[in-house]
Write a protein that binds this ligand. Structure first.
Ligand SMILES: [Fe+2]
Ligand SMILES: [Fe+2]
Length: 269
C-alpha cells in the first residue's frame, strides 16, 4: 500500500501532534511574533553549518506525524533525493539546510515554545498573523483559540495588510523557516539563488501553498514563488523514510557546495 503523508486525523497520530497545534494556534499572535523577531533576529551567535547540523541530531520534530527520527536525518534524506534527481547543486544544499532554523532550540525556552519540550514557536505549519486565520489550517477548530481572532483589525480578512501586498509583506507565525531565511539573508557570503531562499522561507506555509488561502494578498511574483515551493515540497514531504544516513558519509559531496554558496566562515545566528 502506498504510504500517505500528513494525515492528521489518522488514529495513530499522536496526541502530542494535536496538542502542538492547539498551543501554536493559541499563542502565536502578532504581538508574540514581534517579540520573537526581537529575541532571535540578532545575528550575534557564530556557529558553522556542520555544527548546526550536528545539533539537529538532538531534535525530533513533535509536529511531524510522519517521522520520528532526529531532524538531521530528514535533512539528509531530502538533500539526497534532490541529488538523486540531478537537480542543481544549490537546491541540494537547500534540501540539506532547509530546517536548520530549528537550532533556535539551543537558545530557546519552554515559555515561548522554542525548546526541545515546547516546539509551538519553532515547527509546524505556519499562517499569517495580523489577519484572519483560514479554514485551511490543520485543525481549523483551534483558530478561535487565538486571541487575535477577537481583535477588530487582526481578525478581519485583510487585517493589517493591503490587498495584493505580496507574500513578502506578510508577517508569518514564528518558526524555523523565517529564522533561517533571515539568518541567511543577513549572512554576507550568502549566494543561494532567490528560488532557494523562497523555498527556505515558505516551505511550512501550507495554508497558502497547499490550502490555496490568502489569494487576496498575492501578486504575480507569488505565482513564481508557488512553483518553486511546489517543486521543493515533494522532496520535503515524500522522502521521509526510516532509512538512516551518517552525516560524515555525505559531507564530502555537500561541503564544497556549502562553501560555494555560503562561504567557509561561521554563520551568525
Ligand atoms: Fe521545515
Ligand atoms: Fe523539512
Amino acid at each position: 500500500m502506498e504510504k500517505t503523508f500528513r494525515n492528521y486525523e489518522a488514529p495513530d497520530v499522536k496526541f502530542t501532534v494535536r496538542e502542538h497545534y492547539r498551543k501554536m494556534r493559541t499563542y502565536q499572535t502578532l504581538e508574540y511574533v514581534r517579540s520573537m523577531h526581537k529575541k532571535y533576529l540578532r545575528y550575534d551567535r557564530p556557529m558553522n553549518l556542520w555544527e548546526a547540523m550536528d545539533h539537529l541530531n538532538e531534535l525530533i520534530d513533535v509536529s511531524d506525524p510522519d517521522l520520528d527520527l532526529p531532524n538531521v536525518q530528514h535533512l539528509i534524506q531530502s538533500a539526497e533525493a534532490i541529488r538523486h534527481d540531478q537537480r542543481p547543486d544549490w537546491m541540494q544544499l537547500v534540501g540539506l539546510i532547509h530546517d536548520l532554523g530549528k537550532v533556535m532550540f539551543l537558545w530557546g525556552s519552554d515559555e515561548d515554545g522554542t525548546s526541545q519540550k515546547e516546539q509551538w514557536g519553532m515547527v509546524g505549519d505556519v499562517f499569517a498573523v495580523g489577519c484572519t486565520l483560514p479554514e485551511s489550517c490543520v485543525y481549523p477548530e483551534f483558530n478561535k483559540l487565538n486571541p487575535d481572532m477577537r481583535h477588530p483589525v487582526y481578525s478581519s480578512e485583510l487585517g493589517i495588510y493591503e490587498k495584493h501586498c505580496g507574500l513578502d509583506a506578510l508577517i508569518l507565525a514564528w518558526g524555523h523557516d523565517e529564522y533561517l531565511y533571515q539568518v541567511l539573508k543577513n549572512h554576507k557570503e550568502n549566494r543561494i539563488p532567490e528560488a532557494g531562499m523562497v523555498m527556505i522561507r515558505y516551505h511550512s506555509f501550507y495554508p497558502w501553498h497547499s490550502g490555496g488561502s490568502y489569494q487576496h494578498f498575492l501578486t504575480d511574483k507569488d505565482k513564481e514563488y508557488l512553483n518553486w515551493i511546489k517543486d521543493f515540497n515533494r522532496y520535503d514531504l515524500y522522502t521521509k523514510s526510516e532509512t538512516l544516513f551518517d552525516l560524515e558519509d555525505v559531507k564530502d559531496h555537500y561541503a564544497p557546495i556549502a562553501e560555494k554558496y555560503l562561504g567557509d566562515g561561521p554563520i551568525y545566528w
